[in-house]
Design a protein. Structure first.
Lengths: 441, 405
């Protein structure tokens, strides 16, 4: 019986707004892989953009990508890319992909989508840096900063994923990150140990999760409402305690020591990749571990099967003897623990003090990453990295002085998420039973 | 539960009726719900007071010798909490040390001023709730409405009266566009409105920040992201004379409440919206277009939030900044929830939260209590309103009394 559940059945559709006939044809289309020109259209738009902006709008300057710094053990020569030829190359390559997709007229394979995304991002990067006053960019700094900015997003979206895959909508990621950061700062300072701070962040975030579980699962209060309210509550509570207790006695409550940076010998000497991947805080390494563990647990263990079953069709899971609400409570608490590590990143790694609303909406970006990554751990990681890249690029570009308004880069995560849920860039569908409380009959 | 009763997942139609905060399915009587709301407010205030008391400097000092003289600690706690709330009351309702009657009642007019955008945006959220949609996007709708209203306000130069109407229309249009995007995308693609509205809030915020760097929007001679002030003609006239900030926007809020009440309870459109919210599948069977309902309700909800943005521009702020919406859009959600998504409930909840805000400012300056305590109290109220045990506790006691009588 349960083996039938291992193969992900075609997801139950929740298109409550579309007439049934259209629903049926849509399902039929998916089943036989009917011809579609949608991917070709999307690629065509990208190619046109590349032609107009990257190729015709190129500034003519060559861009210098610095692959290593002066004091590195292994030195690589700088990479010089002339902006106009590269813009033309990207435009032509994307156009070729579009033609190929039009001839093929089927769903785009994943490698093609990744290739198109990579081409477009590099095209944009070369174009935008070439418009700067000093068209020179350290690739290591660009990537390392992206990974750092992405770290709390990854933990936040993994925490949200654990909730949502078992059918509980988690709007409260922001609250979990913020309270984790707060708890880490206070406990870390009081105990004089960053490790205690990390533990406190996990516990603090689990506490937020416990309130979410209590209201959303036990009392069946609408999950979105609880999430929204928790965000306000935690923002107010930490803001109040910060102003009243932390700020006047900063040395006693708000000066945690930082988690150590761990530099892996030899591996850290590899140019570009080394400093990005192998010279990080403990939380940075935990991030890769967490993605791998969540992925394996979700798709290769009994717990994962049950979690997904409960998230897609709780009644069926219940019929097979899975205790739906108990599993949901456990997963929501576990999700809180994961998100809490991300919260600790703010006060134990990036800066060593809590400030009011210091997560600044990262919880919502994590939610966006979760959705853009299609409720999949690896997808969430990649989406978080993309969003981290965008916000790092935003600060680097304002430093380099390009004419592109930084607000548009800041907007990027939200816009691509809207496009994703609206089905314009692929289609992003959540677990079918997400958001609906379950009552056993 | 729609999840458990839906015969097949393909026919599943989501949206549990959010007017009932909890899904326990029991009909709440008017008295019961009012009682629950009052209980929720009292409990939240008590907990907030406790938080103020525990974190107070003097209380911590007296707690040092708690076992020698516990009375001191409790006295200090009482003083801390009560003085904060007294200051809040003085700032929100009645100030005994004010000069003359107008000075004494000034705080009340402040409360109504702050309540104006809360009521308008709250109505937008409530209306969407009634149609089964979670409009988390009032913040973005306020911002876009305020942007358009401000632009018409400072760049057009029209005669008195006409200009204000144009600004009102522009604000409503801006909000309606931003809300309508959500309705349209949901209707056309089935995308979830919670995600759309959250994302659009941030898009709006960045859009406004960018606009304020453009020469057409930025105030001349200023390097700060602030627009020119709107024309005199584009401002709401003061309601009670120049000494008070209270403006005709409050009258707009009252009229909007009446209009929404009429729309929901007396009009065909309102009936259809409520039907869509209560049971979309039944509504569709009855021949109501659910998708059209989504678009209509989001247009209207955005329009109301856009009017809240206009109230900010024409009423109090007079120029556009990226902080013009403050956190009214998020507070509006709690206002609508406390008001149980009814028009007049939202109206009075808006006034209550306006009082918290206006009083909170006074409290912070008088007693040094941080204003964030208001956020704590507000969110606790909503949590307690949603909490079924409070209600069961109250009604059970009432039933026992009835039996005894």
């Amino acid at each position: 019986m349960s083996s039938a559940l291992t193969t992900p059945a075609p997801r139950p559709q929740r298109r409550d707004t579309v007439p049934e006939t259209e629903l049926a044809t849509a399902a039929a289309n998916r089943a036989v892989g009917v011809r579609t020109l949608r991917p070709a259209l999307g690629l065509g738009v990208l190619a046109l953009l590349a032609l107009l902006v990257f190729a015709l709008g190129a500034s003519g300057q060559a861009v210098q990508f610095r692959l290593s710094e002066d004091d590195d053990a292994v030195r690589l020569p700088d990479l010089c890319v002339p902006s106009a030829p590269w813009g033309w190359f990207v435009a032509v390559a994307l156009a070729a992909l579009a033609v190929w997709a039009a001839v093929r007229a089927r769903k785009l394979p994943r490698w093609a989508a990744v290739l198109a995304g990579f081409l477009f991002v590099t095209g944009f990067l070369v174009w935008v840096v070439a418009t700067a006053r000093t068209p020179s960019l350290s690739v290591t700094a660009l990537l390392a900063g992206s990974v750092a900015l992405a770290t709390p997003l990854v933990f936040g979206s993994l925490g949200g994923l654990l909730c949502e895959r078992s059918g509980v909508v988690n709007i409260a990621i922001e609250a979990q990150l913020l309270f984790g950061a707060f708890a880490a700062a206070v406990a870390g300072t009081l105990a004089g140990s960053a490790w205690v701070g990390l533990l406190a962040a996990v516990l603090g975030s689990v506490l937020v999760s416990a309130v979410l579980a209590l209201f959303a699962i036990r009392f069946r209060v609408n999950q979105v409402i609880v999430g929204v309210v928790l965000n306000v509550l935690v923002s107010g509570l930490t803001g109040f305690l910060f102003a009243t207790v932390l700020e006047p006695n900063a040395a006693v409550f708000n000066a945690p020591e930082r988690l150590p940076l761990v530099r892996i010998p030899l591996l850290a000497e590899i140019p570009v990749i080394g400093p990005v991947l192998f010279d990080q805080s403990v939380i940075g390494y935990l991030m890769y571990l967490a993605v791998a563990v969540v992925w394996f647990a979700l798709y290769r263990t009994r717990w994962g099967l049950r979690t997904r079953a409960v998230g897609e069709h709780p009644k069926a899971a219940d019929t097979l003897g899975v205790s739906v609400n108990a599993l949901r409570v456990r997963n929501v608490l576990l999700g809180g623990a994961v998100a809490g590590i991300g919260g600790a990143f703010y006060t134990l790694v990036s800066v060593s003090a809590f400030t009011r609303d210091m997560t600044a909406g990262a919880g919502y970006i994590a939610l966006a990453a979760l959705i853009f990554g299609r409720w999949n751990p690896v997808g969430a990681l990649l989406a978080s990295l993309l969003f981290g890249f965008a916000s790092n690029l935003e600060s680097i570009l304002s430093f380099l002085g390009t004419p592109v308004p930084s607000q548009f880069l800041a907007m990027l995560p939200y816009v691509v998420t809207i496009l994703a849920v609206a089905g314009l860039v692929g289609r992003s569908r959540g677990p079918a039973a997400s958001g609906e409380p379950y009552t056993k009959e | 539960m729609s999840a458990s009763t839906a015969p097949a997942p393909t026919e599943q139609v989501s949206a549990p009726p959010p007017t009932e905060l909890s899904a326990d399915g029991q009909r709440r009587t008017l008295l019961g719900s009012t009682l629950q709301s009052v209980l929720a407010v009292v409990t939240a205030l008590l907990l907030g007071g406790l938080l103020v008391a525990v974190t107070d400097e003097k209380v911590r000092h007296t707690a040092g010798y708690f076992f020698a003289r516990p009375g001191d600690t409790f006295a200090a706690m009482w003083r801390a909490a009560s003085s904060a709330y007294v200051a809040m009351f003085h700032g929100a309702v009645y100030n005994p040390s004010g000069a003359g009657l107008s000075g004494k009642l000034y705080p009340l007019t402040e409360t109504l001023t702050v309540a104006t955008p809360l009521i308008l945006a709250g109505l937008g959220v409530a209306l969407a709730f009634r149609a089964g949609l979670f409009n988390i996007g009032a913040q973005g709708q306020i911002l876009v409405g305020a942007t358009l209203a401000a632009w018409v306000g400072f760049s057009w130069h029209l005669p008195a009266g006409v200009h204000l109407l144009a600004v009102l229309a522009a604000g409503a249009l801006g909000g309606a566009v931003w809300g309508g995007i959500v309705g349209l995308l949901k209707a056309r693609t089935g995308a979830h409105e919670v995600i759309l509205t959250i994302m659009l809030n941030y898009v709006a915020l960045n859009l406004v920040a960018w606009l304020l760097t453009l020469p057409g929007f930025q105030r001349e001679g200023s390097s700060n992201p602030i627009s020119p002030a709107v024309d005199e003609n584009a401002m709401f006239p003061k309601l009670l004379g120049e000494h008070f900030r209270l403006h005709w926007g409050f009258v707009v809020a009252v009229l909007a409440t009446v209009a929404v009440a009429w729309l929901l309870n007396r009009s065909t459109v309102g009936f259809e919206l409520r039907a869509v919210g209560a049971n979309p599948r039944a509504a569709r069977t009855a021949g109501i277009s659910v998708t059209r309902g989504f678009v209509v309700v989001m247009l209207l909800a955005g329009m109301l939030a856009g009017l809240a943005g206009t109230a900010q521009i024409s009423g109090t702020e007079h120029s556009l900044t990226s902080g013009v919406a403050a956190s009214f859009g998020f507070d509006a959600i709690t206002v609508a929830l406390l008001g149980r998504s009814t028009p007049w409930g939202t109206f009075f909840a808006g006034i209550l939260y306006g009082a918290f805000r206006a009083g909170g400012v006074t409290m912070q300056s008088m007693t040094g209590t941080n204003i964030d305590i208001v956020l704590v109290v507000q969110s606790l109220i909503v949590l307690f309103v949603a909490l079924p045990p409070l209600l069961t506790l109250a009604t059970r006691r009432r039933r026992i009394q009835e039996v005894a009588a």
